[in-house]
Design a protein around this ligand. Sequence first.
Ligand code: B12
Length: 287
Amino acid sequence: MASTATIIRRILRSRGISQSGFCPYEAVLPLLPVRSQNRLPSGAQTVIFALFPYYTGEYPHRNISRYAIPDDYHLLAGNLLGDCAKALAERFAGHSFVPFVDSSPIREVEGAYLAGLGYQGKNGMLIHPLFGSYVFIGELVTTLEIPTDGKPMGPCIGCGQCLQRCPGGALREDGMDPARCRSAITQKKGELSDWEARQIAEGGLAWGCDCCNDVCPMNRKALPSDMGVFYQQGTPVITKENLAAVRKRKAFNYRSLAVMQRNLELITQQNFSPNNVSDEGKEIEIP
Ligand code: B12
């Protein structure tokens, strides 16, 4: 007879999720202090982690971070996990399966690491052996007890490239300073300091930052996403003209139109190259 883990993986695979693992709920405590805590099922026993690889190829003229090119991963991954939750609740009657992606009380990097899904990067990212750190993490918190079958892969190679080449100096040996992270700065509402504005202008990306992922040697051979949904409706270049039409389905939609307009203004005002991290050297075949 197939084990519980095998049955669950079959259900996830049938929805296109090839990478999953399990971690006892206790191991992901303490929770992050976010509102979504109230969606957690009472009597949670296990967290089923799923990875969503998002690298879909090179776009030399892109002006947003790789993760923001496909449609909003909160929706894409959330819908897939929602489908899985329904199928699992039918298969394991009496148990709850609650999906979360990103806006989750679970510390996703640490949890997915404990579930055996990748290495612990110095850049704070989970690095999958095949898909690199270009993976989103989502999870199903369940009342079902599932024995853990993966084991943590350990730290990354520790070369420190991500720390040395983080343009804002956000990454340090002892953790990260979000106030200096370009990704965080592109999300910031209201007035920016001159230094912050320059970070966006020099980065040439109106949303997110890829530096600490792109310089990572463990990402050099990262495979393109094996999930079809991440190839649909990709928008590598955001302009003042297409912004209103596409933003509703993009990850940056959670911020006001004004934030993205400000960022676009900053990257077009100046004569900086589109990206400070080169797109050269990554050759991929789109499946
Ligand atoms: C807040 C947040 C941010 C903030 C602050 C990040 C931070 N490190 O503090 C900002 C806006 C800066 C940010 C940026 C990015 N983020 Co972010 N972020 C989050 C979020 C919502 C919460 C993270 C958090 O507060 N953790 C709790 C505090 C206590 O963590 P911390 O002490 O800072 O620890 C970090 C690491 O050191 C590591 N960590 C800590 N302890 C341990 C222990 C072990 C054993 C391991 C393995 C790891 C680990 O995990 C934390 C991850 O940031 C998570 C989703 C989630 N629910 O976890 C996504 C998440 C971490 N972000 C993600 C992504 C993709 C990014 C960006 C790459 C996006 C981009 N291209 O611009 C950048 C990368 C910047 C960076 N190097 O961290 C992914 C990471 C996927 C992966 N492969 O690991 C996540 C998991 C979202 C998702 N659902 O996929 N993010």
